[in-house]
Design a protein around this ligand. Sequence first.
Ligand code: ADP
Ligand code: MG
Length: 344
Amino acid sequence: MSLKKIGEFGFIDKISRGCLVRPANIVKAIGDDAAAFTTDAGQLALITTDLLVERVHFLREAVSGLDLGHKCLAVNLSDIAAMGGEAREAFVSIAIPADCPLEYLEALYDGMKQLAAEFAVNILGGDTTDSKVDLIINVAVYGTVAENELLGRDGAQPGDIIFSTGPLGDSRAGLHLILNEIKADSAQLKSLYQAHVRPAPQLHEGRFLACQPGVHAAIDTSDGLSSDLGHIAGQSRVGATLQAENLPISKALQSFCRRFDFDPIQFALAGGEDYTLLCTAAPQHAAALEKNFKNRFKRPLSRIGQINATGRLEIVYPDGQVKPITPSGWDHFKALADEDHDGN
Ligand code: ADP
Ligand code: MG
């Protein structure tokens, strides 16, 4: 069956099945002029939206519909996670070019629905139109958080310990495999590929951090540690020092970097799209936070550095060398990106 045959309304009807997974507070789901749902008293509303454009954010020929659907929703859920919130409702708008098969779109929605169901998020509406050339997808997510649990980028204080809830740099390595058409022929390469195409939004981790004493600030790692820590430092008007030897670099990334001759520290610093959470916490609460995180999630909360009052971002290497971190100083990665586009 083709999109042309079923038309816009046939399409909406088809994809709307399985979109409502948590009907309790929903008055109107897909099908009316607007969605309607009840909200909880005393909760802040969180709204986030992300636009994904073919050839800018993804290559349709290189990503399955299922993976693309997962990622479109995951990046939004990650933003809600970084605020300490619970994700509740999603809205999906899509501009579809004539050469995009209905099967691809159905897979795209399956990818979104699987992830949405995992976190009890309803897909409550959207918009559908045609597009001249590129597939364009916009997802918006509504979430909630109690006012006193909201995590922002602006709360970091000198002395705070900086943590990451997961490994850094894996996603960038996965992108390198895709752009250079390198087959993920081992379990380690597969895990890097997965990190790029199927990032896990850390909503449970975000809620956990929001409820722990002493957590002052958080952000999700979408642009890369150097930039994202730069956002916290800038908005909190503080500086930060990272310890290179403490950056959470997976075994898979280590062996990837040995094989392809890259520096894993650069991948961790400038990679981006890992969608872990970075947070800062008062030093007197740091040990308990690590212990509680480990108990709850069965993996470490990585202590990667400390906030200070200098206003500068620096990284200390094991041999004692101190280097400035420049959030815009992506030189190494610029070189990598050029190389990637050359297909070398
Ligand atoms: P209107 O013309 O009043 O904006 P539409 O025909 O665009 O209504 O949409 C009808 C219903 O289908 C609405 O509930 C809308 O939110 C939903 N909808 C439209 N496109 C999508 C989509 N791509 N994904 C999810 N829901 C959609
Ligand atoms: Mg209408």
